[in-house]
Design a protein around this ligand. Structure first.
Ligand SMILES: Cc1cc2nc3c(=O)[nH]c(=O)nc-3n(C[C@H](O)[C@H](O)[C@H](O)COP(=O)(O)OP(=O)(O)OC[C@H]3O[C@@H](n4cnc5c(N)ncnc54)[C@H](O)[C@@H]3O)c2cc1C
Length: 506
């Protein structure tokens, strides 16, 4: 069997993988590439999550790609619209022709002899798993940040006593009928906040059971300004204006939250109070942390607050003692009756889609090295990952990272380099967790559980992870590629016919 070779291999056909492919086609048009996708469809997050009401929690001009205008009318879009937007991008640009579906990448090994990666993947052929290999010059992981094998569910005492369905939003049963049923949603993140109003439309009653409250902010559902501008201006210009406004607003709210946390907290709680009405206890909307220490949940047109105000839904803040036959017993002795329990309890964090990396057959311990410019790995040649913002729209960073990787590949071509590897020679650099304060999710349970599975970052550039678009933009789009940290290797033939390797940079 012959091993196929590509200049670039992308792992994952979600938002980031399709976006990266667009950038490669645009900026490195002579390069061959393929996308290896474990599932049988495009879309990743937006394909697997099918729970009622699934939607973005970022506004769409910043969540959409920089290169394809968002023309939807909603500020916060439905999952189905986002999925169609990603698929349309793939179709319009012929990217779908480059995808190898049903191909799960297991491992990749870099060889200094051939200056290529050998990527081992698994394909299901007639119900049997078959190994297949590819080689490439550059490896880009766009595999997201969580496992597709299943969501995170904590151990609940008495789980087997409850006879009704227990459902995780990542594995939503298509035929789940909750009409006229009592539903308890465990969780208080964006997923629970989305599910509550959507399920309350048909359910008898929905209870959101949270251990602790989350900051929420009502935002308008429709963007009438952009709709009006679109009547007189080209779509791309409206998109750029919307994007600039989105970046400014996100940064503004984030900075206000960091510099005046008490004031921001008061404003946010005040706005919620006006919407939920006098009869709802504000303790359910009063977090113990500062705004943006965890992601702020957007509530389009205050739909969650309306459902609570009208009595179709309620919020309970308490700890679970155990599941019972009838529902959930709380630590205060109260029992919440449920026909269906939804565990909106988060993800199993996983980087690089669970694949392992090795360099010259030596395993790479990603958790011991730092990330370079938030996208390459210390000591690992010709490999990168896309990891978007957690305190802002993911795509703002994924677009910038893809642009940077294209610049790097073109620069390597210009100088005739076959290998680029970030090397740290500065022993005074302090290493920190990949996710630190200012990332908007430091306290989130799923991040805390995953810190020991993530690479590290340094206390200064180019090893620091900004989580700030306005700082990343100059660094990734304009900064020097040969910055003294990136080491480039060039091969050539000497007069006597011998192959020689020259190193430039670090
Ligand atoms: C319900 C929900 C709502 C969200 N809303 C927002 C939002 O509003 N704003 C925001 O900024 N972020 C949001 N996020 C975060 C979101 O995941 C990112 O915005 C973005 O979709 C990530 O895209 P991605 O392509 O990097 O990863 P994913 O969408 O996770 O796609 C990864 C792809 O890689 C494939 N893959 C994984 N491992 C392998 C492997 N080993 N081999 C081959 N293929 C593999 C997967 O099958 C998948 O298709 C949300 C997340 C969820 C779950």
């Amino acid at each position: 069997m012959t091993t196929e070779h590509f200049d670039i291999l992308i792992i994952g056909a979600g938002l980031s993988g399709i976006g990266a492919a667009w950038h490669f086609q645009d900026k490195c048009p002579t390069k061959s590439y393929a996308i290896l996708e474990a599932r049988d469809s495009i879309g990743g997050t937006w394909d697997i999550h099918r729970y009622p009401g699934v939607r973005s929690d970022s506004e769409m001009y910043t969540y959409a790609y920089s290169f394809k205008p968002w023309t939807g009318t909603k500020v916060i879009a439905d999952g189905e619209e986002i999925l169609e937007y990603i698929r349309e991008t793939a179709r319009e640009n012929g990217i779908d022709q480059h995808i190898r579906f049903g191909t799960k990448v297991l491992k990749a090994d870099w060889s200094d002899k051939t200056n290529t990666w050998t990527v081992t993947a698994e394909r299901q052929v007639e119900g049997k798993a078959k190994k297949t290999t590819f080689t490439c010059n550059f490896l880009l992981s766009c595999a997201g940040y969580y496992s597709y094998e299943g969501g995170y569910v904590p151990e609940f005492k008495g789980r087997e006593d409850f006879k009704g369905p227990v459902v995780h939003p990542q594995e939503w049963p298509e035929d789940l009928d909750y009409t006229g049923k009592n539903v308890v949603i465990i969780g208080s993140g964006a997923t629970a906040v989305t599910l509550l109003p959507a399920m309350a439309e048909k359910a008898k009653h929905v209870t959101m059971l949270q251990r602790s409250p989350t900051y929420m902010a009502s935002i308008p559902k429709n963007d009438y300004i952009s709709d009006a501008l679109r009547l007189v201006l080209p779509d791309m210009l409206v998109h750029r204006l919307g994007r600039a406004r989105g970046v400014a607003l996100q940064r503004g709210v984030f900075r206000l939250s960091q510099s005046a946390p008490q004031l921001t907290s008061k404003i946010l709680r005040g706005l919620v109070k006006r919407q939920v009405g006098k009869n709802v206890d504000m303790k359910h909307f009063t977090p113990s942390y500062n705004p943006w220490d965890e992601r702020l949940c957007a509530v389009p047109n205050g739909d969650l607050f309306k459902a609570v105000r009208k009595g179709h839904a309620s919020i309970v803040t308490n700890h679970i003692d155990r599941f019972t036959e009838k529902g959930i017993l709380l630590q205060n002795g109260e029992e919440l009756e449920a026909d269906i329990i939804v565990t909106a309890t988060g993800f199993n964090i996983q980087l690089l889609g669970g694949m392992t990396l090795s360099v010259n057959q030596k395993p790479v311990k990603l958790t011991e090295g730092m990330v370079y410019k938030g996208t390459l790995f210390e000591g690992v040649p010709n490999a990168a990952m896309i990891f978007g913002y957690t305190n802002s729209s993911w795509t703002l960073k994924s677009d910038l990272s893809s642009e940077y990787i294209c610049r790097l590949i073109n620069y390597m071509d210009q100088m005739g380099a076959v290998k680029a590897v970030p090397v740290n020679k500065d022993n005074s650099i302090q290493k920190h967790s990949f996710i630190t304060d200012g990332s908007g999710c430091t306290n989130a349970g799923y991040i805390q559980r995953a810190l020991d599975k993530m690479p590290l970052q340094g206390d200064r550039l180019p090893w620091k992870v900004h989580m700030n678009y306005l700082k990343d933009l100059p660094m990734l789009r304009y900064s020097s590629l040969n910055d003294g940290t990136m080491k480039f290797s060039l091969t050539g033939t000497l007069e006597d016919g011998q192959e020689a390797m020259v190193e430039i940079g670090a």
